[in-house]
Design a protein around this ligand. Structure first.
Ligand SMILES: Nc1nc2c(c(=O)[nH]1)N[C@H]1C(S)=C(S)[C@@H](COP(=O)(O)O)O[C@H]1N2
Ligand SMILES: [Mo]
Length: 314
């Protein structure tokens, strides 16, 4: 995510990935044991069995290495390599997700219970970051709609609000005197978007529980929207009547809207959204790919927005 102050433009954004990776390897070599000893380990990954989903794309998957080492998770720093280096300090078990607000059956779910009681699926989704890069990720998760049905939303509930854990002792990136974002990280969906079968709560990737840098133990995945909607390490889900605030919209309302639907014809004020760079496609002369309307999921989601001016509701 790019933010306004020029001092915050990250080297990883302006350096070709290969160059930046080599530099990282060089630094790791130079720091030698000191660095590897400092790398936190997090919880051990556990295998998850999941049925194959017909919603999956058959595009080439981004390597596990890339999916787990090139991340945005600002609670652990603003660099792409920060989450992999620092998110191990987040204690992800036990973990409770509190569901409240306008529901008939408010509940607290232990993530281990949710995993056991859900029909897990592998969903291979195209993911597109607002910064202009994309990946293809084999998530393991279950439809958000399944959880929503369990708590029985009231007729007055129109939106779903999500909140990430806020734990300064476990999150190196929230300790700054000049916070990048207002913590905790918050996101939201319209209830009908949340009920769409493509929206999932992910608990794993590549057949194992989520690494911390990808949002362990449970995070949102909405593949037709820019990546920042995919809030990580969720502790609270609330059903509300009014459109909830979202972290990036609060930070820069002219740049990041509530809807955040992937749209090649609505540019970000500071760059075009017409094309994207697929992570892992190396070389300096690799062509950028055209970005697809709703990230290629128009057939399933376009009807959610009929009659809306998508330039206004970006
Ligand atoms: N809590 C929290 N969730 C977050 C973010 C964040 O900084 N904090 N970054 C978002 C952004 S900008 C992107 S692109 C995706 C990246 O998810 P990934 O690292 O699993 O690919 O996470 C999203 N979820
Ligand atoms: Mo992003």
């Amino acid at each position: 995510m790019l933010i306004r102050r020029p001092a915050d433009v990250l080297p990883s954004e302006i350096t070709p990935r290969e160059v930046y990776l080599n530099r990282r390897q060089w630094m790791a070599g130079a720091a030698g044991l000191a660095l590897s000893a400092a790398l936190p380990l997090g919880l051990e990954a556990a295998p998850l069995s999941a049925a194959k989903s017909p919603f999956s794309t058959d595009e080439k998957k981004t390597s596990r290495e890339d999916v787990t080492s090139y991340n945005n998770y600002y609670e652990f720093g603003t660099g792409k390599e920060d989450p992999a280096a620092h998110a191990g300090t987040l204690k992800t078990a036990p973990w409770t997700v509190n569901v409240d607000g306008m529901v008939g059956k408010p509940a607290s779910f232990a993530v281990e219970e949710l995993i056991k009681s859900s029909a897990l699926e592998e969903r291979i989704y195209r993911m597109r970051c607002v910064e202009g890069w994309s990946m293809v990720i084999p998530w393991v998760g279950f439809p958000l709609a399944d959880l929503i049905k369990r708590v029985e939303p009231l007729g007055s509930a129109k939106y779903v609000a999500f909140e990430t854990a806020y734990r300064p002792e476990e999150m190196s990136g929230v300790q700054s005197m000049f916070p990048v974002l207002d913590w905790p990280y918050v996101e939201g969906l319209r209830l009908d978007e949340a009920m769409n079968p493509l929206a999932i709560l992910a608990v794993g990737l590549y057949g194992e529980t989520l690494p911390n840098q990808n949002g362990a133990p449970i995070r949102l995945v909405v593949p037709w929207k820019y990546g920042f909607k995919g809030i990580k390490s969720i502790t609270r889900i609330s059903f509300v009547e009014k459109q909830p605030e979202t972290s990036w919209n609060r930070q820069a309302p002219g740049e990041y809207g509530f809807y955040a639907n992937v749209n090649p014809s609505v540019d970000h004020p500071r760059w075009s959204q017409a094309t994207e760079r697929r992570i892992g496609e190396g070389g300096l002369f690799v062509k950028r790919r055209p970005t697809l309307m709703f990230n290629g999921y128009a057939d399933q989601v376009a009807s959610l927005y009929t009659g809306m001016d998508l330039r206004k509701f970006y």
